[in-house]
Write a protein that binds this ligand. Structure first.
Ligand SMILES: NC(=O)c1ccc[n+]([C@@H]2O[C@H](COP(=O)([O-])OP(=O)(O)OC[C@H]3O[C@@H](n4cnc5c(N)ncnc54)[C@H](OP(=O)(O)O)[C@@H]3O)[C@@H](O)[C@H]2O)c1
Length: 254
């Protein structure tokens, strides 16, 4: 399927803005979302320069009422071919080993998981009626196995992975493609603020090109970079006692 109308949440962030630029071209209509209006306008302008038609929306995805009504309005204007659910947040345990701040843990749950599921819940009936559409959910390699510094983030990304895989199976015969994107470390504000080692760091531009290629081929799981994908996959497969030891040896500890 050739996606002509593409929605990207978190288009003000590193990966989201790089994705917008990868897709921006004549004949493409982009619906870009982010809370930072000044940054959103900048990204929109850059995409228009590349020939895309662009509309923007600034809202907090935790407001599910506003989020859902935006999707309904968008669809009423014209169907969405590809929805990339990318907006996300992270938190981590304190340097002294204290809990993740609960208010932040709740926000991570709401943004990474609840908003993602609400967006799918809203658009799937429209896509099913149209018998076509593509939904890409941004999870993380951190969704394979829980990392000690970021328990809530890992839980949400494991949730997004499982949810996306389930949707792919459920909707396979409805003409809807569902893809789970699992990046490793990509240079961004979120990544920089996260404690711990960041091996095999990719630029957002490289990540966006890899993601767009994977989506064009309808890959079930779009994972990168290979060494980190291979390593984290093994963490999930090995007995947990061994995985825990490996993480400590690699300095993934509080
Ligand atoms: N970078 C990595 O290493 C990495 C690795 C694996 C997965 N990921 C995932 O990739 C996605 C993009 O992350 P990134 O690295 O590009 O991070 P980023 O540069 O920090 O961007 C995060 C984006 O999410 C948006 N966002 C956060 N909270 C929001 C809220 N409450 N309502 C609406 N929008 C909100 C931000 O919008 P505003 O700035 O406008 O508020 C921003 O556009 C996330 O889902 C992340 O978990 C990243």
């Amino acid at each position: 399927m050739i996606a002509r109308r593409i929605l990207i949440t978190g288009a003000t962030g590193a990966i989201g803005s790089a994705l917008a630029m990868v897709y921006a071209a004549p004949g493409i209509s982009l619906c870009l979302h982010g809370r930072n209006k000044a940054r959103l306008d900048e990204v929109a302008q850059a995409c228009r320069k590349q020939g895309a038609e662009v509309q923007t929306q600034s809202l907090d995805v935790r407001d599910l009422g506003e989020l859902r009504s935006w999707l309904v309005t968008l669809w009423a204007e014209a169907p969405i071919d590809l929805m990339i659910v990318n907006a996300g947040m992270n938190t981590h345990v304190g340097a002294d080993g204290c809990n993740e701040p609960w208010s932040e843990a709740e926000a991570v749950l709401d943004i990474n998981l609840r908003a993602t599921m609400a967006m799918c819940d809203e658009l799937i009936p429209f896509m099913r009626a149209r018998k076509t559409g593509q939904i890409a959910l941004v999870s993380s390699l951190a969704g394979y196995y829980g990392l000690p510094m970021t328990p809530t983030y890992c839980a949400t990304k494991a949730g997004v992975k499982a949810y996306g895989e389930a949707l792919r199976g459920w909707l396979a015969d409805s003409g809807i493609q569902v893809n789970v994107i699992m990046p490793g470390y990509v240079d961004s504000t979120m990544c920089t603020e996260m404690p711990g080692p960041k091996p095999f760091l990719w630029t957002p531009e490289r990540a966006a090109r890899r993601i767009s290629r994977g989506l064009a081929k309808n890959e079930a799981r779009i994972t990168f970079p290979f060494p980190l994908d291979f390593g984290t996959w093994w963490l999930a497969v090995l007995p947990s006692a061994i995985s825990q030891r490996i993480l400590r040896l690699l300095n993934y500890r509080v």
